[in-house]
Ligand binder design. Structure first.
Ligand code: ZN
Ligand code: ZN
Length: 438
């Protein structure tokens, strides 16, 4: 069943010459040429023939990678098109090397009915430059009371179900949600949070929150709900996905569940993998997110978990907010930051370049792994595969500014900062979706 949609663009015909092709799935890490014809990878090798009309892309010194898949974005549509819409979100995703992305259901109105979801699908067909798909809500209006019609929503194209932004309030509701999602052939993606421990928190509870006099959100707030959810998933033998894991205690619960055979997958965000709560001392509202940036020991544990695959994939939790909303004191700012356009640059510059994570592992966690969770074929640089790839200049240094971003919002933790590595070209579903070379 179709789970992603985009507008029809002309099929790509081009030759990407002399780039370092890294595709762990095809076992490739070599300087090769990639010929794309009619939107498909026609040939991967040294010096393939090309027709006269074919565009030649000089990828000398560049990386040619399978395109990325983001399981967790907020497209802000319907309701807050001033912050993002499907055109701007999908363009931002393409500019970040993504070939598929999925939006969460905390829109206004909430994506909790089949007609609303079908409307979004129609809009994606009209506006999206890469294939995008949608989560539907677990509960009507995200109110945490009545379950949505998951069967109908699944038929209308929902990739899964999530009340992201809100936790599921009770064990009983979580149990019924996991059961209904399983019956509908889908899965639930959990925003793990114990509200009684969250209690107006602003940042991670630790020495920095004490120093700043801000209300802390303890690690337990997340790990308690992760443990509970995974116990329920074990009981129900239901599939579950855990969003934006941020603490070492949650990772321990995840490891126990995986060892016990629970069908669980998990994601981590670029910001939790590269920043810690000490950064919040700057009181930059763009560093206010939920879950919050955690202790350095949590961050380091998250990197290890991504490396070994305990955490299956990277997801951005791209959460656009208007400038005015974030241009307030830290305590008053909403949670969330954008991430689609900086994800690879940040992880490449801060984990791969210093030798903390190898490139092939990062590519797997950003491409094949999330594609598998979404039920999509893994993007592959192999003859016959649809062209889902990106060309990245790993030497390019760029500054994150409103002008260098495609997103309609610029609430990035890296705003004003220099990053290395820039996506130059993205082919998604055989179409040129982002082109910074022409
Ligand atoms: Zn969330
Ligand atoms: Zn989210």
């Amino acid at each position: 069943m179709q789970r992603t949609w985009c507008k029809r663009l002309p099929a790509a015909d081009l030759l990407v010459c002399g780039g370092r092709v890294v595709d762990p799935k095809s076992g490739l890490d070599a300087v090769l040429d990639v010929r794309v014809s009619g939107g498909k990878v026609a040939e991967v090798g040294a010096g393939p023939a090309h027709g006269k009309s074919t565009r030649v892309v000089d990828a000398d010194g560049m990386l040619v990678l399978p395109g990325f898949v983001d399981l967790h974005s907020h497209f802000r549509t319907p309701g807050r098109e001033d912050e993002e819409d499907l055109a701007s979100a999908s363009t931002a995703a393409a500019a970040g090397g993504y070939v598929a992305a999925f939006g969460m259901a905390n829109t206004a109105p909430v994506t909790d009915s089949a007609p609303l979801l079908r409307g979004l699908v129609g809009q994606a067909r009209k506006d999206a430059v890469i294939p995008i798909g949608f989560f539907a809500a677990v509960t009507c209006g995200l109110a945490g009371e009545q379950l949505t019609e998951m069967g109908e929503l699944g038929k209308a194209g929902a990739i899964g179900f999530s009340d992201d932004g809100r936790p599921l309030p009770t064990a009983a509701l979580t149990r019924r949600a996991l059961h209904d999602a399983e019956v509908s052939g889908g899965f639930v993606a959990i925003h793990a949070q114990d509200d009684s421990l969250f209690a107006g928190g602003q940042m991670h509870e630790g020495p920095t929150s004490t120093q700043l006099g801000l209300t802390g959100i303890p690690s337990l707030c997340e790990s308690l709900d992760v443990s509970r959810t995974l116990d329920i998933a074990a009981c129900e033998d239901a599939r579950v996905h855990v969003c934006h894991l941020s603490t070492a205690a949650s990772l321990a619960a995840l490891a126990r569940a995986k060892e016990a055979g629970v069908r669980v997958t998990a994601e981590a965000t670029p910001h939790h993998l590269t920043l810690n709560d000490e950064a919040v001392a700057s009181l930059d509202p763009n560093l206010k997110m939920n879950p919050p940036l955690r202790a350095e020991s949590d961050r380091a544990a998250l990197v290890e978990a991504l490396k070994c695959g305990l955490v299956d994939c990277v997801a951005t939790d791209h959460a656009p907010h208007g400038f005015e909303e974030k241009d307030v004191p830290f305590e008053e700012a909403p949670f969330g930051c954008i991430g689609l356009e900086t994800a690879f640059s940040v992880l490449y510059g801060q984990l791969v370049e210093p030798g903390l994570l190898d490139l092939a592992t990062l590519v797997t966690r950003m491409s094949a792994a999330p594609a598998g969770i979404a039920g999509l074929p893994a993007p592959a640089i192999a003859a016959g595969a649809p062209a889902d790839l990106c060309v990245i200049d790993p030497r390019a240094v760029w500054t994150v500014t409103p002008d260098t971003l495609q997103s309609r919002s610029f609430n990035s933790p890296w705003l004003g900062r220099e990053l290395t590595a820039r996506v130059k070209l993205t082919l998604a579903a055989g179409r040129v979706a982002w082109d910074d070379l022409a």
